[in-house]
Structure formats: structure tokens, C-alpha cells
Design a protein around this ligand. Structure first.
Ligand code: SAH
Length: 343
């Protein structure tokens, strides 16, 4: 049976008109699904019993469920989310003093092969549907209200998968999350993180969604970036930069470069210089991410000493640098640790 959440509002209106109902009924259903995140027709109490039965005989609502919920000492909550076909993804709630961020997945597994990332070790099984991403957001919004007494404030596409490789569904999800008839969130509180596919960065800029963009850089030295992120041989750093400049011209929104520092990999002066030179070509800031070991040897040693040198050099060059503290490490909820261990 067809999932009602694959229908657009226009298609829902056509369905209701076909059944001799007013079009505002379609809007009510749309609101139940996308704004209130209801998963049964039974609960749509402003519809007649007859209409609810009719809907239930024509459509289904494929649910996702929080299969495993783990709480970290630091407040981070990791959800193992089970999809209707039994596959699993992970979504993380990250609380700070003032905000709650949802880190959501866009694919089951990932097709890219970043050497340092746990998700890369899983096969990419499939893209997530719009409703499956929206459900992760709605789930974390409910948890934020339950455990922290406030609604979700930010969303980052930094869970499993490469959002640009599930482009149409990610864009539609953002529309559903931001539209007033959906969750009504501000797009400026949404960050799409990509490993850098130039053509898709430009396409996203053209959508004019007003979301933020983060680029997983890790090295501005071509040869070493290709070793760290092997798929990137197809996407030279100059092409990525050209796409980022296009992004900035279109959106006026500065780029965040995500960057981990590893001993013996990118901890030398040449890498620091290359990063500064790269950043200067587009309005941007650097987010130094504390690496979370995944037990792969080569990348298991972050260099705090080199991180300090990076910070100093970037600041001297007038480039904003933030250090992102690792969260949820005790439950494998941190960046790059999402690998369905409990699946
Ligand atoms: N595919 C997208 C989004 C998922 S990764 C991307 O590449 O941006 C989200 C961020 O976590 C990326 O910056 C990624 O490089 C980083 N990351 C991956 N594994 C990590 C790990 N083990 N420790 C810290 N950060 C990691």
C-alpha cells in the first residue's frame, strides 16, 4: 500500500476532491502528518470516522521506531532508529546549555570511503525517504521537550550518509521541516555537511533554501586529501573551491570547514599553510573536530599539540576557528562513530 507521506499537498487535495470532500480536509491531514508527526489515521480526530476508515484502507503510514535509545553521561542521546524494512540508522540529540541539536542520517550506510569514518565501513544500503528523515527530527524534538524542557533548536546533516548523494530527498526534507505547515523551523538553524561534490553544492545554492553549508575538508593538500578521502580524487580542491565561491555569491552564507588533525597525517606546517591559503579564498571559518577513534590504527591518534598550532596560525591569519568538543563518546554517538553497533 502507498505511504500517504509520499503524496504532495496537491495530490492530497485531488484525493479528497475525488471523494467529494472539501480541499481543507487535505490540509488538515497534511498538518497531522507533517506538523504533528502523527503515525495513525485513528488519531486524526478532526476528520469523520468514515474518512479515517477510507484513508486507512487506501494508504499506510510507514513508521520508524526508536529501537535502541542510549543516554550518554554528557546528556547526548543516541537513537538506533529502525526503518519499516528492518534496516537501521542512527540519530543523535546533542544538548548544550542553550540549544538542542539533532544530528540526522540521510542514508543507510554510505557510499563514500573516508578512511577515518566508521559509517564508511558499512555498505550503502539505500537512501532514506523524506518521511524517514523528518521522523528522526520529530523524534529528537520530542526527546528534547521530554528531557530538556525545550524544543529542538538546530539540525545538522552529519549523521550516517552523504546528504548530497540523496539530494532530492534531503532538499524535500528541508522544505518539509522549514515550511510553516511542517515543523516551521528556521533554515538558518539547519546545516548540510558534505564531503564535497562540486556540482551538488552549486545545485543546493540554487535552491535558495537559506541553510548553512559545512564542508568536510581535513586536508587542503590534494594528495593527502585523496588518501584520507579516496573518492575525492574525482573532485579536485580547485573545483570544490569554485563551487564554494558560487555558494557564497548566491547565499551570502559563510562556509564552515570541518577539520580533524591526526598525528603523522596532517599535523605539519605545510598542511597548516595550505589550509590558511584555502580558507582565504572564500568567507569561511574552521571547525576543528576532535577526532573520535574508531580503532582503525592509522587515524586513531589525534594530535592536540598540532591542534594548538593550527589554532594559533589560523587566528593569526584572521580566520575564525572553533573547536568542537566531542560529545557522546561513551555511547559511540560521536562524529564518525555511527555504525549500528547495536543493530
Ligand atoms: N557525509 C557528510 C556528513 C557525515 S560526516 C560529510 O562528509 O560531511 C559528519 C562529519 O564528521 C564530517 O565532517 C566527517 O568528516 C566527520 N567525521 C567522520 N568520522 C569522524 C570521526 N571518527 N571523528 C570525528 N569526526 C568524524
Amino acid at each position: 500500500m502507498k505511504d500517504i507521506r509520499t503524496l504532495s499537498l496537491e495530490e492530497l487535495i485531488a484525493y479528497f476532491e475525488k471523494h467529494g470532500e472539501k480541499s481543507f480536509r487535505a490540509k488538515q491531514v497534511y498538518d497531522w502528518i507533517w506538523s504533528k508527526n502523527l503515525h495513525t489515521f485513528e488519531e486524526m480526530t478532526n476528520l469523520s470516522k468514515k474518512m479515517r476508515t477510507q484513508l486507512a484502507s487506501d494508504f499506510t503510514i510507514l513508521p520508524v521506531s526508536a529501537h535502541v535509545v542510549q543516554h550518554s553521561k554528557d546528556g547526548t542521546i543516541k537513537n538506533g532508529v529502525k526503518l519499516h524494512d528492518g534496516l537501521m540508522v542512527e540519530s543523535v540529540l546533542i544538548p548544550t546549555e542553550t540549544r538542542t541539536t539533532a544530528c540526522v542520517s540521510s542514508q543507510v550506510g554510505c557510499s563514500l570511503n573516508c578512511e577515518f569514518c566508521a559509517t564508511a565501513k558499512l555498505k550503502r544500503m539505500r537512501n532514506l525517504e523524506v518521511a524517514e528523515i523528518v521522523d528522526q527530527v520529530a523524534l529528537i524534538d520530542r526527546q528534547s521537550k521530554e528531557f530538556f524542557d525545550r524544543p529542538l533548536s538546530n539540525i545538522v546533516f552529519m549523521g550516517m550518509g552523504e546528504p548530497m548523494m540523496n539530494y532530492p530527498n534531503v532538499v524535500e526534507t528541508i522544505k518539509k521541516i522549514t515550511q510553516p505547515e511542517g515543523l516551521g523551523m528556521s533554515p538558518r538553524r539547519i546545516t548540510v555537511s558534505t564531503s564535497g561534490i562540486p556540482k551538488m553544492i552549486k545545485m543546493l545554492a540554487d535552491e535558495e533554501l537559506k541553510v548553512k553549508l559545512a564542508l568536510s575538508l581535513h586536508s587542503a593538500v590534494e594528495k593527502s586529501r585523496n588518501e584520507i578521502m579516496p573518492f575525492s580524487t574525482k573532485f579536485p580542491l580547485t573545483d570544490i573551491m569554485e563551487a564554494l565561491q558560487y555558494w557564497y555569491r548566491k547565499t551570502k552564507s559563510e562556509i564552515t570547514f570541518e577539520y580533524c588533525v591526526w598525528k603523522g597525517i596532517n599535523d605539519d606546517e605545510a598542511h597548516i599553510k595550505a589550509l590558511i591559503k584555502y580558507c582565504r579564498q572564500v568567507p569561511s571559518k574552521v571547525n576543528l573536530i576532535q577526532y573520535n577513534p574508531i580503532g582503525e590504527g592509522k587515524f586513531d591518534h589525534r594530535s592536540e599539540e598540532a591542534e594548538q598550532r593550527y589554532i594559533q596560525a589560523l587566528e593569526q591569519a584572521g580566520i575564525t576557528v572553533l573547536v568542537r568538543r566531542s560529545r557522546g563518546g561513551d555511547i559511540d554517538a560521536a562524529c564518525g562513530q555511527l555504525a549500528n553497533k547495536n543493530g
